[in-house]
Design a protein around this ligand. Sequence first.
Ligand code: ADP
Length: 275
Amino acid sequence: MSCDHNCDKCGEKCDTPQTENPHELSRIKRVIAVVSGKGGVGKSSVTALLASAMRRKGYNCAVLDADITGASIPKMFGVSGGLDGDGTGIFPARSKTGISLVSANLLLEHETDPVVWRGPIIAGMVKQFWTDVIWGDVDYMFIDCPPGTGDVPLTVFQSIKIDGIITVTTPQELVSMIVEKAVNMANMMKIPMLGIVENMSYALCPHCGERINVFGNGDAVKAVTQKFGLPLLAEIPYDAELVKAADTGTVDTLGVRYTDAAADIIESGLPVVRQ
Ligand code: ADP
């Protein structure tokens, strides 16, 4: 029960997987994995919004884009081109507001090149993003995990010391069933689930401002939060400005505050610094 995933200081014999050490020049205080049961629910957008909210609070933030085949983080932050290295490691790219970013898309010759690799190669790349990147001083690292509970999320959970997981979902009934899978996976891996973000919860009528529950009224998500005793960290509306910001690479300077309350919880609710 008191496991903090720091196996170096613990003599207990247990089935908690041994995690990899980050690069010796990386000092990463807290790591939060952002997951979803399936693709397209806004996991990358929420990752970007959370990192931006923590950056606005003045923290050194980083995003490790582990969604190798569906990498969208660089585009959302308006970052392109390659990554530099010096023989001892790779340096992350920087967003306009100073968020450190590493993504497979920054290593491809063209951002539209498909990543047609087998699972173990993809999982190996994610591990290298953790071990071979010189992240420097990072207060909060957010990991944009690939959707589902497959090979790569498993590698993330087993090889990186993660302090907490945030699950992103949309309000449909079916998605809630998939959320339960993500929650159960986190429990199996003994990583704390920090809460759930409901994305595209509703839309606001541009004429009268009425709230329209495009994907249902969110009862299914509330039922999951109650079942597992998890906080609903944010209810983000369908927002055309968010799409525009993601498409134009301005997500970290967008004026929305949808994830500020979640950022407050992250700031106050995670275990103390481990390194
Ligand atoms: P995922 O990482 O789960 O695949 P993305 O964050 O890439 O999802 O989002 C998928 C698409 O939905 C993107 O075009 C994104 O701009 C859009 N999107 C995400 N969240 C919202 C939202 N709250 N309102 C409007 N569009 C959104």
